[in-house]
Design a protein around this ligand. Structure first.
Ligand code: 6LW
Length: 518
């Protein structure tokens, strides 16, 4: 027995999609307003994952400027066919439906380079792509039903894609509205052909508490698709809000090298009440086949916290799977920025960064001077060593971020009487002061800002390196998760610098950034 812990990838990595190429597995997740976008992770045992690149990793691939938080890159699908990786995804602007759309990228190496986006003439979200064994390519996805019978009824559509022109051909087919009458958001569809039968896997109920996984099958790709009598085949919604895992859904299937079947899916781990600050994380579930239907977590019917993965490498056990730990150097692929690539707003300098301050602030849904990483552990210490020759009106600092509307930021500014450090809680777009301290000196000397997260307490403090540290405020994390704020994301820790609207020449030096799980 080789027992591994779920989640296999902690932190905000929603909507996992997976494919296998030979002995390697590749997995991609949604990234919304963060860039680089669509992280590509690779594994040889489904358990230990390495971030090898991002599909959206160069300036100009997508225009996300002005897109509010939880807009941006939604659920992708990754497949390998004919010597090539195919990735389909949606760029969503929740405020302006005329922007974005569904697109396709290809690459011969999953680590990149990926092609520029090829835009597809179809609305909706959650595109997926299926390569039939007769050579035909079928795109599918979900969108609000054109003639709905209930609120937020959606339809899963299917249409053939021409390999040469990458354009749709033939008529469209509607395959599925969900397994349950009244089901909202039948989404995240994926088609497979297994032993001559076509299977449609889809989630429904919305990607929160009522999320559920259903399956249907057909003899021909265009249907009709008949739902499994056991639908929904996997959900935790019957367990109530006190369950250790909630929101199970958005699954993809993969057959391992040894012939066994597995599903990756998302779920959330609430703590400190019904709040899941780490966002939607990636879980691994064994799948068996009975009477022509997949059975998820056979004999259990729930997402297990421990999974026996017989082929998992023993070396990876006990290692923090897929997680950040220690100093995060500037060449680490886990760094993200908002709406543009990190290289567009900052320069690497040794292990750290130099980031020009931005007139835009963290409260603006635009490009701003921000660099951050996901919170992947409930209990963690984050310490940033920052310095800057600040001009009056400018601030640099550390933020615990959900969005431009909801975050807790600790800002330093300079004055003739010393350094002022203020903690501000922005909630639903309204700022409130949480705490304030003053230190002697100027900010051009390095200062350490830290967040000590223990369950839902986020303690913010400041210190001169090697000196006593002063607590500025303790924020309640229950105000920062998507249960409290809406949206699709988990919490990020980041550094920022703003001139609050004024022209600026100032540059923030991020000398170091440590992330240490406790
Ligand atoms: C995604 C949808 C969903 O497009 O949430 O979990 C949406 N499912 O399929 C955003 O992640």
């Amino acid at each position: 027995m080789t027992v591994v812990r779920n989640p296999i990838i902690p932190g905000c990595f929603p909507d996992p999609t997976i494919c296998r190429v030979g002995e390697e597995y590749f997995l991609v997740t949604s990234t919304f307003e963060y860039q680089p976008g669509l992280p590509i992770q690779r594994s040889r045992d489904l358990v230990s994952w390495e971030l090898i690149g991002h599909a959206i990793d160069r300036p100009g691939m997508l225009d996300m400027d002005g897109m509010a938080s939880s807009s941006g890159l939604f659920a992708p699908t990754l497949r390998f066919h004919d010597g090539m990786f195919w990735l389909v995804c949606t760029l969503v602007d929740q405020q302006d439906a005329s922007r974005g759309g569904n697109f396709l990228l290809t690459a011969t190496d999953a680590a990149g380079p990926w092609s520029d986006p090829i835009w597809l003439e179809v609305d909706g979200i959650d595109p997926s792509i299926f390569f039939d064994d007769d050579g035909r390519i079928w795109m599918h996805g979900t969108r609000l039903a054109s003639d709905p019978e209930w609120f937020h009824q959606t339809e899963v559509w299917l249409r053939e894609l021409d390999r040469e022109t990458m354009a749709f051909v033939g008529e469209e087919h509607i395959l599925w509205h969900g397994a349950v009458i009244g089901a909202v958001w039948a989404e995240g569809p994926h088609l497979y052909k297994i032993d001559g039968t076509y299977y449609l896997l889809a989630s429904e109920g919305g990607t929160e508490f009522h999320h559920a996984l259903s399956v249907a099958r057909a003899d021909t790709v265009t249907g009709p698709y008949i739902g499994n009598k056991a639908n929904p085949v996997l959900t935790h919604r019957q367990l109530g809000h006190g369950a250790d895992l909630v929101g199970v859904g958005h699954a993809d299937l993969v057959q391992a090298v040894d012939g066994s079947w597995w599903s990756v899916l998302l779920a959330m781990r609430p703590y400190g009440g019904y709040h899941y600050n780490l966002g939607r994380e990636v879980f691994l579930v064994p799948v068996s086949w009975e009477e022509g239907w997949p059975v998820f977590a056979p004999g259990l019917g729930r997402v297990p916290r421990e999974v026996d993965v017989p082929f998992a490498s023993r070396q990876t056990l006990g290692v923090m799977q897929g997680a950040a730990s220690g100093t995060i150097r500037s060449d680490d692929p886990r760094w993200t920025s908002l709406r543009v690539q990190p290289e567009q707003i900052a320069e690497r300098e040794g292990d750290g960064w130099v980031m020009p301050l931005s007139p835009a602030t963290l409260s603006d849904a635009t490009v701003t001077a921000f660099l951050g990483v996901r919170q992947q552990h409930r209990d963690v210490d984050v310490v940033a060593t920052l310095s800057c020759d600040l001009v009056e009106g400018e601030e640099i600092g550390l933020v615990v971020r959900q969005s431009e509307l909801d975050h807790v930021r600790m800002s330093m500014s300079s004055s003739p009487t010393g350094i002022r450090i203020v903690a501000t809680h922005r909630q639903a777009g309204v700022d409130a002061r949480l705490g304030e301290i003053w230190l002697d000196g100027v900010v051009s000397d390095a200062l350490e800002l830290s967040v000590r997260a223990r369950e839902q307490d986020y303690e913010l403090s400041a210190a001169r390196p090697g000196d006593e540290s002063y607590v500025v405020a303790v924020a309640d994390g229950r105000t920062l998760d998507s249960v409290a704020t809406g949206g699709f994301l988990g919490v990020w820790f980041g550094v920022f610098g703003t001139s609050n609207g004024a022209p600026t020449q100032s540059r923030l030096r991020v000398q170091s950034f440590d992330y240490t799980p406790r």
